[in-house]
Design a protein around this ligand. Structure first.
Ligand SMILES: [Zn+2]
Length: 330
């Protein structure tokens, strides 16, 4: 039943009276790896360990959704970028830029069978088979802006948005072919919904740049991905939530730097689903009582899916992570 309630919540149609908990980003911390007996980097590189860690989001933490792509580097790896996959103490990082111009951007014909895509696709299929209707399975893809960072280097990509906006449009368009291919394959493998991470954070993407480069692309992705899509952007997004509400995307996964849950609900209006409400600093340094209080506040403010705001820090205490959904059992 969790699956149904989660999918209803994404679309603001949860009338069960029960709060819904989850996140479309990583829930893995060191203590969770120890509890499951699976560690990074294996949790990024092999489908069974990846699925085992994701499954703990439901069985150990009580969340209504699981999501197995714990890093932002799978898409880049499949595109041809070298990736340092890190370990239990470090998240993966993408290597040197692989493209310099829009014309160089090409999506490899075997994209979906390369390990960067194949492993998460296998993990999604395993999770779907094992969970059935017990919890929703969320996939994850990187949008054209984030892929631009990975394939061109952050600095080169951002300079390009000022020097040659036409080329930036072409780059985003081409990279979004990979976004769409990977999203559709995840849906075929069993994903109920897709988290679209596109890190158009305010300090790196002005509201005008969001409107020019991303608003039309996010509208297109919302229309072309045939399941509910959750957009994830870190940092303060107060100046663009109203634009995001116009994209047709089902839900927005917001960062607490944007403001209080009440303020974010006001900015989003009544139509846009909202996910998040628990800050990373609180998860890392707060107490289970403080986290439960934040979760209650988020539910009361109309946050549809309550959970961590972003990939959680690896040092997050497991007790704090368990506190997120604990209010449903009280
Ligand atoms: Zn984030």
């Amino acid at each position: 039943m969790s699956r149904r309630r989660f999918m209803d919540a994404l679309l603001r149609r949860n009338t069960s009276g029960e709060a819904v908990f989850g996140t479309g980003t990583s829930i893995v911390c060191r203590e969770l790896m120890e509890r499951v007996g699976v560690f990074f980097p294996e949790g990024h590189l092999d489908a069974e360990p990846m699925a085992a860690l994701a499954m703990a989001g439901h069985t150990l933490l009580g969340l209504d959704v699981v999501m197995p792509l714990f890093s932002v580097c799978h898409d880049a790896a499949a595109m041809g970028s070298s990736v340092d996959w890190g370990g239990p103490e470090a998240m993966p990082v993408c290597g040197r830029p692989i493209f310099r111009t829009a014309d160089e951007v090409r999506v490899p014909p075997d994209l979906l069978t390369r390990p960067g895509c194949r492993v998460p696709l296998e993990a999604i299929a395993l999770l779907k088979k094992r969970l059935g209707d017990d919890a929703a399975v969320c996939g994850k893809v990187m949008g054209g802006w984030t892929q631009g960072y990975h394939c061109f280097g952050v600095e080169n990509f951002l300079i390009g948005t000022l020097d040659d906006p036409g080329q930036t449009h072409r780059i985003i368009e081409r990279l979004c072919e990979a976004t769409l291919l990977f999203a559709r394959a995840q849906i075929d493998a069993g994903a109920d919904c897709i988290l679209l991470a596109d890190h158009a954070t305010r300090d790196l993407c002005s509201p005008r740049a969001y409107e020019e480069f991303l608003l039309p692309v996010h509208c297109r992705l919302a229309a072309e991905i045939p399941v509910p899509v959750i957009l994830h952007i870190c940092g303060n997004t107060a100046d663009r939530i109203a634009m995001i509400a116009r994209t047709g995307l089902a839900c927005f996964h917001w960062d607490t730097k944007t403001g209080s849950a009440e303020e974010v609900r006001r900015l989003a209006g009544a139509g846009l689903g909202l996910m998040g409400g628990i800050g990373n600093y609180r998860l890392l340094r707060g107490t289970p009582e403080e986290i439960a209080a934040d979760a209650r506040r988020a539910v009361a403010a109309g946050i549809d899916v309550v959970g961590p705001e972003c990939a959680i820090p690896l040092g997050t205490p497991l007790a704090n992570l368990k506190a997120v959904a604990s209010i449903s059992r009280q």
